[in-house]
Design a protein around this ligand. Structure first.
Ligand code: ADP
Length: 556
């Protein structure tokens, strides 16, 4: 039985027989295991950290197997050592592949069946190792001839097995590289470069080691895999997938714990031992809490930092998009408005008889063209206003504006529209007993006119029957000029009142009373009045009970 063979070999002999290269490989490999263990302990929930730990374990095992092989040279245990070395080595490409497959920011889990599928080729190759001499065997030294690894017929299968995993890992990583961006992309780039190096060395060694007679240069392969492991750990820590600060705290706490435990062995009396044990337990216990909270703190800080960066990026992108949208809107609107103005102008001249009297049906058609183009122009103006308001480049020319003059002029112009749809229309200017009250405010005359016209226009649109009353008066302290317009129209309930000043919002039955509305006029009015440091608001007792709109401006 093979284990009898192993047991009969003095373990000490093997250990003493290990060469310096053997020791270096074993210690460096165990260091890799330790490093991957820390990474895993630090965040065991991440899938890729599990597979990275698996890789670390395999590398550690591989290093030990190498030391075992090195020490067993010249003893009869060498046959088992060779088989063990290759058996563990076969896990290296597999573990690299698993890690690369699962290496992502999202950490999508590896399904159980996929895992089994990945291991099947390994079980196949492990079975092949059990067949004496099929893949590798060892020819012991005899006389002047040195011992050597003998490569069997199945060796090419082993080469193929290793290459398939390395190439597959490479393909997976290249795919991830193409799909990723930013920090993650540069992390993958570094890993890709080292993976390429490992694959090149491994391939070269596998193919040419039969001609080197076997094992003298085995350490080169170990070295390349270790470089891959250390570089990958460094990359992961550097790009903040796993946090260096947490690892440092954990490392420090482990050192303190180790020192305390060593102290126990140096105790001089039972009492001393008791006290030292108490202190050690207390410190180790409380530092585990400390590590936990540091870990949580740092991790949540990192998460917030990453989120902030993402938000900042998105915010900038949105701003650019928003500016482009406003620019487009402004340009498009300009190009639309000019020809429309011409259409409206000619339609108006036609209905007014500038080109001769039109027959009644034709006149009606031209009037419709006139109305429609007027509506389109208003809509385009609203869009342009919005784009200017939102891009912040609306121009205001502030001068003294006589609100009394402005309201009276507008009322004169619009009275016809109201009376045309059989609405009563009255205008009151409350200019005090002396009739000398001043209604001068500071503002942009054109914009204020636009706001008041919009309110009168709305009242006409949303009042099917009844009358409209316009009132201009001053607050009791004479500090404010208040324009109000009340109608007996469709009115609004409280919830509608709240939203009508929001862009694109229209209340309840507005669509029935006036189908073409877009819900933009009041939004624009509110923004314009805001720039004048004035106030605009609406009141209504409810649906069907009429509405009142108010504009309040500072009196000069
Ligand atoms: P539009 O009239 O194009 O829909 P506005 O921004 O001017 O856009 O008005 C927004 C909404 O406010 C209207 O759709 C309507 O629901 C409501 N509204 C405005 N004025 C009145 C009014 N005088 N009476 C009742 N509802 C009104």
């Amino acid at each position: 039985m093979w284990y009898n063979e192993v047991m009969s070999v003095p373990v000490l002999d093997i250990i003493l027989n290990i060469s310096l290269a053997g020791w270096v490989v074993a210690v460096a490999s165990l260091l890799m295991t330790f490093l991957s263990g820390i990474v895993f302990w630090q965040d065991s929930t991440k899938h890729s950290s599990k597979f990275f730990f698996f890789f670390g374990l395999v590398v550690g095992g591989w290093g030990m197997a190498y030391a075992f092989f090195d020490g067993a040279l010249g003893t009869s245990t060498i046959h088992i050592a060779v088989a063990t070395l290759y058996l563990v080595a076969g896990l290296v490409p597999l573990s690299i592949f698993l890690f690369l497959c699962d290496f992502s920011i999202k950490g999508n889990p590896f399904s159980f069946w996929k895992l089994i599928a990945v291991f099947i080729p390994y079980f196949g190759i492990a079975g092949a190792f059990m067949m004496p001499g099929f893949i590798v065997s060892f020819k012991e030294a005899s006389g002047s001839e040195l011992g050597a690894i003998v490569f069997g017929k199945g060796y090419s299968i082993y080469i193929l097995y290793v290459l398939v995993f390395l190439v597959a890992g490479f393909i997976v990583l290249v795919k991830k590289y193409r799909e990723s961006a930013g920090v993650f992309k540069s992390a993958i780039r570094s890993i890709l470069i080292t993976l390429f190096m490992v694959s090149a060395v491994a391939t070269f060694m596998m193919i040419f080691s039969p001609s080197f007679g076997g094992f003298n240069l085995f350490w080169v392969e170990h070295l390349s895999v270790l470089v891959f492991g250390f570089v990958t750990s460094f990359v992961l820590v550097k790009y903040n997938f796993w946090n260096l600060k947490v690892i440092a705290v954990e490392f420090f706490v482990s050192l303190v714990a180790l020192a305390l435990i060593i102290e126990l062995f140096l105790a001089t009396s039972p009492l001393d031992l008791l006290i030292k044990t108490g202190i050690a337990v207390f410190i180790i216990f409380s530092s585990s809490f400390l590590v936990g909270s540091v870990k949580r703190e740092i991790q949540s800080g990192d998460k917030i930092e990453r989120l902030l960066k993402d938000l900042d990026y998105l915010y900038k992108q949105l701003k650019v998009l928003d500016r482009k949208k406003s620019e487009f809107l402004s340009i498009a609107s300009h190009h639309l408005r000019d020809p429309l103005t011409a259409i409206r102008g000619y339609a108006s001249m036609l209905t007014e008889g500038s080109f001769g009297e039109l027959p009644a049906p034709l006149n009606e058609a031209v009037e419709k063209i006139f109305e429609s183009s007027k509506r389109l122009i208003t809509m385009i103006s609203d869009f342009m206003d919005i784009s200017h308001i939102e891009s912040g480049d609306m121009n205001y020319k502030f001068t003294d504006v006589d609100m009394k003059r402005l309201v009276l002029d507008l009322a004169d112009e619009m009275r016809f529209n109201a009376e045309h749809v059989h609405l009563g229309f009255d205008v009151t200017i409350d200019d005090g007993p002396s009739k000398e009250e001043s209604f001068v405010t500071v503002g942009d005359a054109g914009k204020l006119r636009q706001v008041i016209a919009n309110l009168i226009d709305n009242s006409i649109k949303y009042t099917p029957r009844g009358h409209i009353s316009v009132l201009l008066h001053k607050s009791p302290d004479k500090e404010k000029i208040i324009f109000s317009i009340s109608d007996t129209g469709i009115g609004m309930n409280a919830s509608m009142l709240e939203k009508i000043f929001v862009k694109f919002s229209r209340a309840g039955d507005a669509g029935k009373a006036y189908t073409e509305g877009r819900g933009l006029g009041l939004y624009v009015a509110k923004e314009l009045i805001k720039k004048h440091e004035g106030r605009i608001w609406a009141e209504s007792k409810g649906e069907g009970m009429g509405s009142s709109f108010y504009v309040e401006m500072e009196a000069k």
